[in-house]
Design a protein around this ligand. Sequence first.
Ligand SMILES: NC(=O)C1=CN([C@@H]2O[C@H](COP(=O)(O)OP(=O)(O)OC[C@H]3O[C@@H](n4cnc5c(N)ncnc54)[C@H](OP(=O)(O)O)[C@@H]3O)[C@@H](O)[C@H]2O)C=CC1
Ligand SMILES: O=C(O)C1=N[C@H](C(=O)O)C[C@H](O)C1
Length: 269
Amino acid sequence: MSKTRIAVVGAAGRMGRMFVEAIASDERVELGAAIERPGSSLLGVDAGELVGVGSLGVKLSPQLSDVVDQFDTVIDFTTPAFTLNNVELCREHGKSIVIGTTGLNDEQKARLQEVGRDISIVFASNMSVGVNLVFKLLETAARIMDEDADIEIIEAHHRNKVDAPSGTALTMGEIVADAVGRDLKQCAIYGRQGVTGVREHETIGFSTIRAGDVIGDHTVLFASEGERVEITHKASNRVIYARGALRAVRWLADRPAGLYSMQDVLGLK
Ligand SMILES: NC(=O)C1=CN([C@@H]2O[C@H](COP(=O)(O)OP(=O)(O)OC[C@H]3O[C@@H](n4cnc5c(N)ncnc54)[C@H](OP(=O)(O)O)[C@@H]3O)[C@@H](O)[C@H]2O)C=CC1
Ligand SMILES: O=C(O)C1=N[C@H](C(=O)O)C[C@H](O)C1
């Protein structure tokens, strides 16, 4: 069976490096292209040498459009505007794409829906198996705890993270809001300050910590009078996201066009 050739965009980023390493050690896939920002001092460097796995024969290059014959699927964990450009390129050339980028606005998400009519896309705020299990647990917890409990979502990430709350925290908010019949847009409170008044039951609060090298911690707290339930996930290595994304790449291989989530990939829907 032929190997799926993957283009990693943002290949020198925190997640990009994880993908190059993970692809190098997975016999079912191969690195087809590695893209970094035009002007980067790393252009021309072998992607394998960059991450310390030895030469892979793929040099970091500046334009995905210049290497379209070298890959079948893109893995994109970068920034929203760049991701949307890459999605358009994939549509133009009939390539599939796995997207982990967070911080997309509503318009950008709507565009993914549209493009999903033409090509296959996996888009997920968190590719780890553990977090996707937590997503399932939250549906049950929210339904059972809703009547009495206040719902708060707390997340912590490293100092270099640029979006807040995290994509995962927002997905958790959407899941619990859906489960209790609320619209997150109407009930979310993003941080509190000053004389806030008594907490309104219907609200879902978000608290964000940015500090040091925290990879990613998420807690959903259900607090009623007399008891609290906390559902927590803590990442201790970014390899969990890389493994999930490679699983998504393999799952997409024979999939018809569509916009899929990690819940689809893991059979949790
Ligand atoms: N879904 C999931 O499971 C996970 C999602 N993420 C998400 O992935 C994204 C990336 O995270 P992380 O790897 O930590 O971030 P980094 O900043 O370390 O990596 C992003 C990479 O993309 C490159 N890049 C960004 N914009 C452009 C552009 N316009 N042109 C070319 N290259 C570009 C950056 O280059 P440069 O450095 O030159 O800017 C960098 O190499 C974030 O949105 C994060 O939230 C992260 C982990 C897991
Ligand atoms: O930026 C990160 O690091 C992460 N981003 C994702 C998010 O915003 O939820 C997933 C994970 O928490 C790590």
